[in-house]
Design a protein around this ligand. Structure first.
Ligand SMILES: CC(C)(COP(=O)(O)OP(=O)(O)OC[C@H]1O[C@@H](n2cnc3c(N)ncnc32)[C@H](O)[C@@H]1OP(=O)(O)O)[C@@H](O)C(=O)NCCC(=O)NCCS
Length: 337
């Protein structure tokens, strides 16, 4: 088996190979094959154009048997002050030797990073919970489980929205809310969280940075990262927020507009009164006529949000493990490469 960087002459085979993989996100929506291939072409061409990204192919004879793509996370790198990457695809196809293919792809990635960067950066990955051979190979190469994620989807063609009496005012955010939203976000995802998220679980990330990550995330959402930020208000003060994000590439390539609600939290003093359920309903209302489906995701242990989603008509469609590998400088543990 040979591992090499994907070359132009292999691109069509790679598109077909990735598109045929059953664990690709959005496959759940029964997208036609040629549409999914167009979407994959777009994703692979974006990945190939990033200077520090890797797109690796495993070949047996002249046959493609595996693909690994690695993306530089520019914002995260800057924020945490360490090189950070994300594995977007790790696919060992339907090969009889899935373990061998996944293992060779991971080893080659680590070797290339070590040679290029003088060490191995922080690497995160999400992997379908049914792809056990690949999970075991990641574990063998020092990736550690951080959390298990579930994604729910609201199918606009099949589900009706429900009417509720909101226990609070729901409105768009204003610039004067940002300081309070930063505090609610930091507190809700660290000291007063319901489930341990992948950043808090990751011992290689400094805790004070993770706290600031959640403040920065909601502020950036207000400053344009999100397409809509809804705030719940009680006695004239913000007590909760949710963010909505449009994903135009799904409409363009898959002919299905699949949008999402990304970051939401309720201040610890205002919980269990239905604020979250109503706020998500308001987000859904905004997204409803712009979407074929609306996705929301969380840690499997976050029961309150899953109860709310089920009540609102969302259905579970995806489950993934989130793993990460701590950075290693040259001279550290080098048994993998
Ligand atoms: C999770 C969170 C958003 C829930 O907000 P909330 O306003 O308390 O939620 P709601 O009052 O709408 O309750 C939703 C459902 O969860 C239940 N619930 C709320 N808190 C619960 C808890 N701690 N344990 C178990 N069930 C709980 C409610 O009873 C309700 O279920 P029901 O309709 O069957 O009675 C809030 O606790 C929070 O901000 N947590 C930290 C950040 C977070 O997890 N954000 C979401 C990430 S996806």
């Amino acid at each position: 088996m040979k591992i090499k960087s994907l070359t132009k002459d292999m691109i069509d085979e790679a598109i077909h190979f990735v598109s045929a993989h059953r664990f690709q996100p959005y496959k759940e929506y029964e997208i036609e094959d040629d549409r999914f291939a167009e979407f994959t072409k777009h994703v692979l061409s974006e990945l190939s154009s990033g200077g520090e990204n890797l797109v690796l192919a495993a070949e047996e004879g002249a046959r493609l048997v595996g693909i690994l793509t690695l993306k530089k996370l520019a914002w995260d790198t800057d924020f945490f002050g360490m090189d950070m990457f994300d594995i977007d695809h790790i696919i060992a196809g339907e090969s009889d030797d899935k373990h061998g293919v996944a293992s060779r792809l991971i080893q080659s990635m680590l070797k290339r990073l070590r040679e290029r960067n003088g060490g191995i950066p922080h690497i995160s990955v999400r992997i379908n919970t049914e792809d056990i051979p690949t999970v075991h190979e990641l574990e063998r190469h020092d990736f550690k489980l951080m959390t298990t994620l579930v994604t729910y989807s609201f199918d606009v063609a099949k589900q009706k929205m429900i009417d509720f009496d909101a226990p609070c005012v729901l409105r768009d955010f204003t610039a004067t809310d940002i300081q309070t939203l930063r505090q609610i976000s930091r507190d809700s995802f660290t000291s007063n969280s319901v489930a341990t998220n992948r950043f808090v679980a990751d011992a290689s990330l400094p805790r004070d940075r993770v706290e600031r990550l959640y403040s920065a995330w909601v502020e950036n959402s207000c400053r344009g990262l999100a397409d809509k930020v809804i705030v719940a208000e009680s006695d004239g003060r913000p007590i909760a927020f949710t963010t909505c994000k449009l994903n135009p590439s799904t409409g363009k390539f898959l002919n299905k507009s699949i949008n999402s609600m990304v970051l939401s939290a309720v201040s610890s003093a205002s919980r269990t009164r239905g604020v979250y359920t109503n706020m998500i309903n308001a987000g859904l209302e905004w997204l409803y006529d712009k979407s074929d489906a609306v996705e929301v995701g969380t840690e499997v242990g976050n029961f309150p949000v899953q109860k709310a989603w089920t009540k609102l008509g969302f259905k579970i469609i995806r489950s993934q493990y989130a793993l990460a590998r701590a950075p290693q400088v040259m001279g550290g543990n080098s048994r993998d490469v």
